[in-house]
Ligand binder design. Structure first.
Ligand code: CO
Ligand code: ZN
Length: 344
C-alpha cells in the first residue's frame, strides 16, 4: 500500500471557504470583491453588518450581557500586490509594490488586474551575481504598444496562483491573511451564546500600515481586541531562529516588532487553550506587525493580543499553513469569544 493522506474527516466546507477567499483578488485599497465575498458568507449569521469609510467590514454578534465586554476581532482582507507606475512605448508596464513584495518571488509570476487583465512578470538582463530589484522588473500583458496596453498608471494587480490542497498542508498566494478571515468567519458562525458584544472586523489596507484596523478600532472602541493573522515559522532549512512551527497548533503572540501583546490577554488566551486541551505555541516574532498594534493604540489604549496562524513562505505566491492548526485556531477563537473574559 502506498502512503496516503490522513484519513481523519476533513471539513470540506472549510476547505471550499478557504479556496474561495484566497482566490478572490484584493490588494490593499481594492477590497471590493473580497469584501463582497465575505458578506455572502456571514450575512445569515451576523446581527448587524456595516462598512466604514476605509472599507472595513464590521459585523456584530451578540449583545452585551452583565459581565460582558465589547470585543473586537480583526482579520485583514487585503493582500500584497503591485501598482503600475509607467507604461513604456512598447507596452511594458513598470510597477511599485503594494505592501512587502520581494523581487525574487515576482520573476516569472502571473498577475491579475482588477479590470480582469492578466500579465506575466519579466526581468531585465542582470549583471552577473546581482540580486534583482523591483525596478528591473516589468509586467507583460501581451500589449504591443502603450496605446494597446490594457492597463495604465495607477492600475492595481494581485498575484495569481491557484489554491493547493496538499492534505496536511494548504498552499495559496494569500493565506496572509485570508486564512484568518476564514477562521474569523467560522468563529462568527459558531459563537452562539456569548455575554459579549463581538465585532468581527474584516479590515482593509493592513499590508500598507494597519490603516483599516486603525479607523475600525477607533469606531468600534472595544474593551479588548484580538488580531488574527499569519506568523512566520522557524521550521524550514536555515531560516530565522524562531520556535513556531507548522502542525503544533495556533500561536499566541507575545511580541512582534509592532507591539507587545497585553500580558493579561496572553494569559487569558493560554488559560483558554489549556482548559480546552487545545495545542498552542507561544510566538515571539522578530520582525512583523499586525492589526493588534492598531487596536492596542486606539483611543486611550486597549488590551490587545493576536492569534497567529503559523505560515511558511509568507508574502510569496505559495504561503503554506497547516490544516490542523487552522481547525484548532477556529476552536480556540470560538471559545475565547464564548465565555466570560477575566483580564487578571
Ligand atoms: Co502580510
Ligand atoms: Zn497579514
Amino acid at each position: 500500500m502506498t502512503k496516503t493522506q490522513s484519513t481523519t474527516t476533513r471539513d470540506e466546507a472549510l476547505l471550499t471557504l478557504i479556496q474561495k477567499l484566497v482566490e478572490t483578488p484584493g490588494p490593499s485599497g481594492q477590497e471590493n470583491l473580497i469584501r463582497a465575498a465575505v458578506i455572502e458568507e456571514i450575512k445569515d449569521y451576523a446581527e448587524e453588518i456595516r462598512t466604514d469609510a476605509l472599507g472595513n467590514l464590521i459585523a456584530r454578534v451578540g449583545t452585551k450581557q452583565p459581565g460582558g465586554l465589547r470585543v473586537m476581532v480583526s482579520a485583514h482582507i487585503d493582500e500584497i500586490g503591485l501598482m503600475v507606475t509607467h507604461v513604456d512605448a512598447n507596452g511594458f508596464a513598470r510597477f511599485i509594490a503594494i505592501g512587502g513584495v520581494s523581487p525574487l518571488t515576482c520573476i516569472g509570476g502571473r498577475v491579475l488586474f482588477m479590470n480582469g487583465t492578466r500579465g506575466v512578470i519579466g526581468c531585465e538582463r542582470l549583471e552577473p551575481n546581482t540580486v534583482p530589484t523591483l525596478d528591473k522588473l516589468f509586467i507583460d500583458t501581451g500589449a504591443l504598444s502603450r496605446e494597446d496596453c490594457p492597463v495604465s498608471v495607477g492600475d492595481v494587480c494581485g498575484f495569481e496562483r491557484p489554491f493547493l490542497d496538499m492534505g496536511a498542508h494548504l498552499v495559496a498566494k494569500s493565506m496572509d491573511d485570508r486564512v484568518s478571515a476564514a477562521v474569523a468567519i467560522q468563529a462568527l458562525r459558531a459563537v452562539k451564546k456569548t455575554p459579549h458584544e463581538v465585532f468581527f472586523v474584516f479590515s482593509t489596507q493592513e499590508e500598507v500600515g494597519l490603516r483599516g484596523a486603525t479607523t475600525a478600532a477607533y469606531g468600534v472602541n472595544p474593551d479588548v481586541g484580538l488580531a488574527v493573522d499569519v506568523t512566520r515559522t522557524g521550521d524550514t532549512p536555515r531560516t530565522v531562529k524562531m520556535e513556531v512551527a507548522l502542525d503544533k497548533g495556533p500561536a499566541i503572540k507575545v511580541r512582534d516588532s509592532s507591539f507587545i501583546a497585553d500580558p493579561r490577554v496572553v494569559d487569558w488566551m493560554v488559560a483558554t487553550a489549556k482548559s480546552a486541551g487545545l495545542p498552542y505555541q507561544l510566538e515571539v516574532l522578530e520582525a512583523g506587525g499586525t492589526d493588534g498594534r492598531a487596536i492596542q493604540l486606539a483611543h486611550a489604549g486597549v488590551p490587545a493580543g493576536c492569534l497567529s496562524i503559523p505560515c511558511r513562505y509568507i508574502h510569496s505566491p505559495s504561503e503554506m499553513v497547516s490544516y490542523s492548526d487552522v481547525k484548532y485556531a477556529i476552536e480556540l477563537l470560538t471559545r475565547l469569544l464564548s465565555a466570560e473574559i477575566k483580564l487578571g
